[in-house]
Design a protein around this ligand. Structure first.
Ligand code: PGA
Length: 257
């Protein structure tokens, strides 16, 4: 983490877990445990039906609530979909986009690009995910793959908008597997992402980009991962479902220089 240029972010990703009633219980416990230090931002991205309960429970706290996806269209005949303006009105500040689990369900780079524009336009912060599979890592194409995903998502963006977003590097082989990337692996790719932003935009934008690591981050390995100079926080799945674990990770981030 480099606090001089960037404010670290610890973000939870609940995926398809916890009901609205369970959200209330989680949030009241998490509020009790939340460390006092304010050295980093904290967000919890929850299933759409849990957003109202989460926003209500976290009012007047420093925890922001986010969504896990949104539709690229402003409104219309898209049965079952949720728009950026609905999420904003419900109190969301962040929206996860391009998670590998959604890409695996068929979400394309083109759709992710459109969603990114929609979320930025609504004034929320996208958490744009990228990451390679185990096969891609083994054949040595990690950097090319991630560059391609990011170039597609960020095409035509104004550097000012790029400075408003968060990028999450999430190697697919580390998600939900307990196989965390080593701190050196996480640092290597996060530094490559920063270099790419510098090439595509400019040095100021690269310095300002908040780049998270995600993939089996927990309260035990967080300190080592978050100590890397280009890792500005974490996107946390499994461990974000347990208030004690998430609070411990926030505390760890708070304590690091
Ligand atoms: P995990 O998930 O922490 O359970 O590996 C991370 C993510 O998918 O965002």
């Amino acid at each position: 983490m480099n606090r001089k240029y960037r404010r670290p972010l610890i973000a939870g990703n609940w995926k398809m877990n916890l009901t609205p009633s369970e959200t209330k219980v989680f949030m009241s416990r998490f509020r009790e445990l939340l460390p006092k230090g304010r050295n980093n931002d904290v967000a919890i991205c929850v299933p759409a039906v849990c957003i109202p309960a989460a926003v209500h429970a976290m009012r007047e706290s420093r925890v922001s609530i986010g969504a896990e996806n949104c539709n690229a269209n402003p409104a219309g005949a898209y049965t079952g979909e949720i728009s950026a303006s609905m999420l904003l009105d419900a109190g969301c500040k962040y929206v996860i986009l391009g998670h590998s689990e959604r890409r695996a369900m068929g979400e394309t780079d083109q759709e992710i690009h459109q969603k990114l524009l929609t979320v930025l336009d609504a004034g929320m912060t996208p958490i744009l995910c990228c990451g390679e599979s185990l096969e891609q890592r083994e054949v040595g194409v990690t950097e090319e793959w991630i560059s391609m995903q990011l170039k597609y998502a960020l095409q035509g963006l104004d550097p000012r908008d790029v400075r408003r977003l968060v990028i999450a590097y999430e190697p697919i082989w580390a998600i939900g597997t307990g196989k965390t990337a080593t701190p050196a692996q996480a640092q290597e790719v996060c530094a490559q992402i920063r270099l790419l932003i510098r090439k595509l935009f400019d040095a100021r934008t690269a310095r300002a980009a908040v780049i998270l690591y995600g993939g089996s981050m927990n309260e035990k390995n967080a300190a080592e991962l978050l100590s890397q100079p280009d890792v500005d926080g974490g996107l946390i799945g499994g461990a974000s479902l347990i208030p004690e674990k998430l609070a411990k990770i926030v505390e760890t981030a708070n304590e690091l220089e």
